[in-house]
Design a protein around this ligand. Structure first.
Ligand code: AMP
Length: 189
C-alpha cells in the first residue's frame, strides 16, 4: 500500500497536487478540511461545533479529526492506499494515525512537504477566496491566524516524520506540472 501524507501550510497547493496524485496512483483521498466542510453542509452536530472554530482559523480538537479518519480507514479496507491531505496537523494526530495504520499492519510510506513562503501563501489564499466562496480565505486576519496555527502546532509534525526518515521537502512555487514531477519523484524514491 502507498500511504502518503501531503504536507504544507494553507495555500501550499495540497488540493491541486492531491487531484493529480489520486489520478496517477489511484489512492483514496482523505482531506479533513473537506470532511469537516461536508459535515457543516449537512448541518450535523459535529459540523456546527467545527464551524465555530474553523470560522476563527483555529484547529478543531484532535479527537474529532482522528475519529473521522478512523471511520474512513474502516470504510475503505480495499483501497490501494491513501493520501492524507490537511491531516495530521498536530503530533498527537500523527501518533494516532501511526497507531491506526499499525492496527492494519500498515504505515506511512512518505510525507511530501510543499514548501511555500508566507507572503506567497497569503496572496494565493486571497485569490482562491475570490472564487472558492470559502469564508476563511477572504479575510487577511483569518489567513494570518491559520498560518500562525500551522507554524505553532503543525510544523512539529514534519519533524515527527523527519525523525522516521520519511520527510521529503518539495519547492511548492512554480508551474503545477513541474511541482507534480518533483512530487512523483519523492513518492517513488
Ligand atoms: P483546510 O481545508 O485543510 O485548510 O482546513 C480548514 C479548517 O478546518 C482549518 O483551519 C481547521 O480549522 C480545520 N481542520 C482541517 N483539518 C484539520 C485537522 N487535521 N486538525 C484540526 N483542524 C483541522
Amino acid at each position: 500500500m502507498l500511504n502518503l501524507v501531503l504536507f504544507g501550510p494553507p495555500g501550499a497547493g495540497k488540493g491541486t497536487q492531491s487531484e493529480k496524485i489520486i489520478e496517477k496512483y489511484k489512492l483514496v483521498h482523505l482531506s479533513t478540511g473537506d470532511l469537516l466542510r461536508s459535515e457543516i453542509k449537512g448541518g450535523t452536530e459535529l459540523g456546527l461545533k467545527a464551524k465555530t472554530l474553523m470560522d476563527q482559523g483555529i484547529l478543531v480538537p484532535d479527537e474529532v479529526v482522528i475519529g473521522m479518519i478512523d471511520n474512513k480507514l474502516r470504510e475503505n479496507r480495499q483501497a490501494a492506499g491513501f493520501i492524507f491531505d490537511g491531516f495530521p496537523r498536530t503530533v498527537k494526530q500523527a501518533e494516532a494515525l501511526d497507531a491506526l495504520l499499525r492496527s492494519y499492519n500498515e504505515e506511512i510510506t512518505v510525507m511530501v512537504g510543499l514548501e511555500v513562503d508566507n507572503e506567497e501563501l497569503t496572496k494565493r489564499l486571497l485569490l482562491r477566496g475570490a472564487t472558492s466562496g470559502r469564508p476563511d480565505d477572504q479575510n487577511v486576519d483569518l489567513i494570518r491566524k491559520r498560518i500562525q496555527e500551522y507554524n505553532e502546532k503543525t510544523t512539529p509534525v514534519a519533524d515527527y516524520y523527519r525523525q522516521q526518515g520519511k520527510y521529503v521537502g518539495v519547492d511548492g512555487i512554480g508551474e503545477i506540472d513541474t511541482i507534480f514531477t518533483t512530487v512523483c519523484r519523492a513518492i517513488e524514491k
